[in-house]
Design a protein around this ligand. Structure first.
Ligand SMILES: [Zn+2]
Length: 336
């Protein structure tokens, strides 16, 4: 009887433990993660975004000089931050020939950087954001500060935070691939090319966190800008969804809005950005998105309209979520 009672009590404790705490980040590793999350500053996000979304980059149209200039900027950031590429010889570009884009487009490139895991280097987390935008139309420059300068600069600062951790001996156990895709605005072409020509086997790609527009506040949240829409987190892995929720509660306390996550949602955002090419291959994804606003796909999507505090918080949420996924003992399970 005593033994049985002990077993029951321990079963209750174990089940409570596993139900309530999925995250394996403890007090000490939490402090470490926070130290690096805090290197994602408003000031740096602003500096990078005012550059990427400046007129000099001519709206970053796929295959055009403005996009090439932006690709150079991203590449040079990685070189200066000592973050290597996954390719031999310091090449950061995956060149995409015209036949894999559209007939009227010049060849273009995805930009890739890579932090190798210390314990399970063969297991990969892909952080993605498209770098391309709409270019120049009728002599008006489409700066694309939110779409998707915001996602681009978030990835730069997240990568830098992980690199600083690595240099101090706190590198991620799994590998992280930072993927700046081209051709998104032309039909998710850069991410399609990547999944058809992956640098690392897709079966070892455990998650894709995709960022497309995280710098603005939509009309619905005008009074309470501390939010982000999450799409797709529960579609393939219950565990991924639960981790994402718990990490947010623990570190960032953003209102995670699932309005656009329903299968019946008429906007069909789940199918409309680069993560979908990963989801199609049964890779669990989360899509981070601030929703629509009046400057969406207009020349007025400029960096002065970005809410940099929210951009910082959202980038930090993605950093912490990546930290958990990269360092937990078992890779997340696909159960749907
Ligand atoms: Zn976009």
């Amino acid at each position: 009887m005593k033994k049985l009672l002990y077993l029951i009590i321990s079963a209750i404790i174990i089940s409570c433990g596993s139900n309530n705490h999925i995250s394996e980040i403890n007090e000490i590793t939490g402090i470490t993660a926070t130290k690096y999350a805090n290197t994602i500053t408003v000031e740096d996000l602003k500096t990078h975004l005012y550059t990427i979304a400046s007129d000099e980059f001519e709206g970053r149209k796929t295959g055009e000089p403005g996009h090439k200039k932006a690709a150079e900027y991203v590449k040079n950031f990685y070189i200066n931050s000592n973050i290597p590429s996954p390719f031999e010889g310091g090449n950061y570009y995956q060149i995409i020939p015209t036949k894999h884009l559209r007939p009227n487009l010049n060849p273009s490139e995805n930009v890739l950087a890579f932090i190798e895991g210390t314990e399970k280097p063969e297991e990969i987390i892909v952080l993605s954001a498209h770098l391309d935008h709409l270019g120049v139309r009728n002599e008006e420059i489409f700066n694309g500060a939110d779409d998707n300068g915001s996602g681009t600069v978030a990835i730069l600062k997240i990568a830098e935070a992980f690199q600083k951790a690595k240099e101090a001996g706190n590198g991620p156990k799994r590998s992280i691939l930072f993927l700046h895709v081209t051709g998104e605005e032309k039909g998710l072409l850069g991410s399609k090319y990547y999944v058809n020509n992956p640098i690392f086997p897709l079966k070892n790609t455990i998650t894709n966190l995709n960022i497309d527009m995280i710098g603005r506040v939509d009309d619905v949240h005008e009074q309470n800008p501390n939010y982000i829409y999450l799409i797709g987190s529960d579609k393939l892995s219950t565990e991924l969804h639960n981790i994402s929720e718990e990490i947010n509660k623990k570190f960032t306390n953003i209102n995670l809005d699932y309005t656009y996550n329903g299968d019946e949602d008429p906007n069909r955002f789940y199918y409309r950005s680069d993560h979908y090419n990963f989801a199609k291959n049964n890779i669990p994804i989360i899509f981070y998105f601030n929703g629509m606003h009046q400057d969406y796909h207009e020349p007025s999507d400029t960096p002065d309209k970005i809410n940099y505090e929210q951009l910082q918080k959202r980038a930090q949420l993605i950093f912490y979520t990546t930290w958990e996924l990269a360092n937990r003992e078992h890779r997340i399970i696909v159960d749907k």
